[in-house]
Design a protein around this ligand. Structure first.
Ligand code: 5AD
Ligand code: SF4
Length: 480
């Protein structure tokens, strides 16, 4: 096998931990298409399979934009593609297992189409263990690149076309902020807008600060320009994206913080603004005030708590206690009474006791969230928590998840029931997946609404009267 060590510049978890405040460059010209790659994709097709969070979804839009700049068209199936990319997620073991299953499947597709270029990118590509496994076991992979160098796709593709050996380029040093990348957006009316990359929180269970690098904020002027452009094109909604949006601006020379940014985005007049995700630790009162002040900032906050027990929160490195969280939660509900709040919870953190788990249940009872994404703790190699001895059996963890989900479902139904008879505003996404006679879209509070309405209103914000509530969705009728 070829020796990759020469140009295999990482990924190294050790290096990630040593990150300094080295200058991040904001570049307007880093993306370029080499002269001999112009039009290389004419008559060819690409297929991107995306796993994981919105950061990956947004990266895939950029990758699609790059492919189309090169002349490729989107394929409707891997079988009709000349290039396939898996944009991977590393957050939990089962996310990685899914990808390895797909890699196995693509081996068979490659047999019928030997010219297929098969690439892997995203968070898994930033993990040393994963790369070593692919190098050893999956020679059918032609190309691996990480999260910091997606702008180099044209150059990497060229190499993969010319070389017989696997092309591998993963940077452990976080990238610069690159502003001139093309993108093909997945939706016509709602858009994701990156406001920052990376995460500096280093929660002890989480792989993200290693796979996505240190926090790097985009300049406010670049973000506002993107939002203005979207608005001019008729977009109705932007979701501002960051692993922890509250940290926005801390790495910039200016005084701009997330509250300032949010207010400036609100003033563009774009009809709807959402943001994801907020860490409770640096959720400021000024942010709450801005959300409360502007009608076009949606009354919906995803506020991951992870655990309701202060000792577990300390071991998770979350930097807040149960009491701090409740104080913040209460302040949000007081200042924005109609705010929907959702959360993330991990059960079965190493050595979590039954009493500590019960604290999570009691916190849930107190907060009565609109919804929660619940997970069994999954050890990620290289994170501090993975080195903790864990005496909680898998069976116990799963049983805790089940008990928690019972409450999550009951509270979700209760929260939805409160909407019966109310008139909500829905951005119409299109026909419902299950029934083309029904339209669907999301309300201000991020509730999925299925309703009888006019198809010509797809892409618009319409008023819907809610007639029925289910656990995950609401039903209603368009009234204007
Ligand atoms: N195990 C289980 N869940 C995790 N999450 C992050 N890391 C892990 C892990 N190692 C969950 C957290 C986070 C969400 C995106 O995924 O709840 O908020
Ligand atoms: Fe992971 Fe914590 Fe950063 Fe979220 S805030 S991405 S859980 S390290």
């Amino acid at each position: 096998m070829k020796d990759y060590s020469a140009y295999f510049n990482g990924p190294s978890l050790k290096n990630a931990r040593k990150r300094g405040r080295s200058e991040v460059q904001h570049l307007d010209d880093a993306f370029e298409v080499p002269a001999d790659m112009v039009g290389i994709g004419q008559g060819q097709h690409y297929f991107i399979q995306t796993y994981g969070c919105q950061a990956n979804e947004r990266d895939s839009e950029i990758l699609a934009g790059i492919f189309e700049t090169l002349g490729y068209e989107a394929a409707d199936d891997v079988k009709n593609a000349d290039v396939v990319l898996l944009n991977t997620c590393a957050i939990r073991e089962n996310a990685e297992e899914k990808v390895f299953g797909k890699i196995g499947y693509l081996k068979t597709v490659k047999k019928t189409n030997p010219n297929l270029i098969f690439g892997i990118c995203g968070c898994m590509a930033q993990e040393e263990v994963v790369i070593n496994k692919i190098l050893k076991k999956y020679p059918q992979v032609d190309l691996i690149f990480g999260t910091h160098n997606i702008h180099r796709l044209p150059q990497l593709l060229k190499q993969a076309m010319l070389e017989k050996e696997m092309v591998l380029e993963v940077w452990s040093k976080e990238g610069d902020v690159i502003e001139n990348m093309p993108s093909t957006r997945a939706h016509q009316y709602k858009a994701w807008v990156n406001i920052m990359y990376g995460c500096n929180k280093f929660c002890t269970y989480c792989i993200v600060p290693y796979t996505r690098g240190k926090e790097r904020s985009r300049h406010m002027s670049d973000i506002l320009e993107e939002v203005e452009e979207l608005k001019a094109k008729g977009y109705q909604e932007v979701t501002l994206l960051g692993q922890n949006v509250n940290s926005y601006g801390k790495d910039l020379d200016s005084d701009d913080d997330f509250a300032t940014l949010l207010e400036a985005v609100a003033k563009t007049g774009i009809p709807r603004i959402r943001f994801m995700t907020s860490h409770p630790w640096d959720f400021s009162e000024s942010m709450i005030d801005v959300i409360a002040k502007y009608d076009n900032i949606m009354p919906f906050i995803h506020l991951p708590v992870q655990s309701g027990n202060s000792e577990i929160l300390r071991l998770m490195g979350r930097r807040y206690t149960r009491e701090d969280y409740i104080r913040l939660f209460d302040m949000i509900k007081k200042k924005i009474p109609d705010c929907a709040i959702t959360t993330d919870i991990i059960v079965g953190f190493p050595n979590e006791t039954e009493e500590q788990f019960l604290d999570t249940l009691s916190l849930y009872e107190y907060c009565e969230y609109d919804l929660a994404y619940t997970f069994v703790y999954s050890a990620r190699e290289g994170t501090p928590a993975a080195r903790m001895k864990d005496n909680v059996e898998r069976k116990v963890k799963e049983e805790r998840l089940y008990r928690l989900n019972e409450i999550v479902n009951a509270k979700a139904k209760k929260a939805n029931d409160a909407y019966i008879g109310r008139i909500v505003e829905v951005l119409v996404d299109g026909e419902s997946k299950r029934n083309p006679d029904v339209l669907s879209g999301y309300s201000q509070h991020n509730k999925l609404i299925n309703f009888k309405g006019r198809k010509e209103d797809i892409g618009k914000i319409v008023k819907v009267k809610i007639t029925q509530a289910k656990t995950w969705t609401l039903e209603g009728e368009q009234i204007d």
